[in-house]
Design a protein around this ligand. Structure first.
Ligand code: Z5A
Length: 230
């Protein structure tokens, strides 16, 4: 049989990297630093966040962080976070991955597991089913968990917030934030292939170097070798 030389070579899926951790862990800072490093290497990449990342999901973000859904309970909050996630995936994440780009996302489904699941005491089977529906097979290739003692994270967040009011989750007590830290460490233990834990008390530039070393080893070197072979 003759080979069809006119058919386009399928574009390999891009890489999906998520950042997780408690309040003030430095996620947004590290998303920006990683994006800079990727782009400096000539890699096409976008940064995004949850809740939000697409126009409809940003509207749901405002509703969630205002605390409007909180009186309905943690199950209802998990549903609304997941609704925002479906739109974000459809409108932004999946198209970018399909185009072969790196997607770097500030929070994703592990936040639902930790905040609504562990801390909100929502049945793990419910969280699991919701994740299967909302995320499907668009799971992160790498999740970077920035680990910081709750006291330090809260202090950083309140310094950054200055006079602005705490949002729905920032207003929770210290025990809640300590529980959250443990919830993310437990996720890392359950999925050690996907997750790495980084000491987020280190200086931001040092954290960025550690993250880059992992990203480079897992993806950048492999992808450039594959490109060279094709
Ligand atoms: N949520 C949920 O419940 N369920 C879900 O499914 C999802 C989310 C997706 C979103 O809030 C809230 O929604 C979140 C969980 C919940 N709850 N809270 N709170 P958000 O997006 O507005 O906030 P956040 O995700 O918690 O992030 P943050 O508080 O904005 O912090 P951050 O992004 O981790 O940190 P940062 O902005 O990069 O840094 C904070 C400050 O620390 C800043 O002044 C930096 O300059 C400083 N910083 C950063 N790195 C360092 C280091 N290494 N050393 C010293 N200082 C540093």
């Amino acid at each position: 049989m003759t080979k069809d030389h006119t058919s386009p070579v399928p574009q390999p899926r891009g890489r999906f990297i998520t950042f997780e951790g408690g309040e003030g862990a430095g996620k947004s800072t590290q998303v920006t630093l990683l994006l800079d490093r990727l782009r400096k290497r000539g890699i096409e990449a976008i940064a995004t966040r949850e809740p939000g990342g697409s126009p409809h999901a940003e509207e749901l973000r405002n509703i969630l962080l205002s605390g409007l859904v909180a009186p309905l309970g943690a199950e209802a909050e998990a549903l609304v976070f997941s609704a925002a996630r479906i739109d974000h995936l459809d409108q932004k994440i999946k198209p970018a991955l399909k185009a072969g780009m790196f997607v770097v996302c500030d929070r994703f489904a592990d936040s639902t597991r930790a905040y609504q699941g562990t801390l909100g005491k929502v049945d793990p089977a419910f969280i699991h089913a919701l994740e299967a529906v909302a995320v499907g097979d668009t799971r992160p290739d790498l999740t970077i968990i920035l680990d910081v003692p709750a006291e330090i994270g809260l202090q950083r967040a309140s310094l950054r917030r200055a006079d602005a009011n705490a949002d729905r989750f920032e207003g929770e007590n210290l025990a809640f934030h300590q529980g959250l830290r443990q919830a993310f460490l437990d996720i890392a233990k359950q999925e050690p292939q996907r997750c790495i834990v980084i000491d987020a008390t280190l200086p931001a530039e040092k954290i960025s170097e550690l993250i880059w070393a992992d990203v480079e080893r897992r993806f950048v070197t492999v992808d450039s070798q594959m490109k060279a072979r094709s």
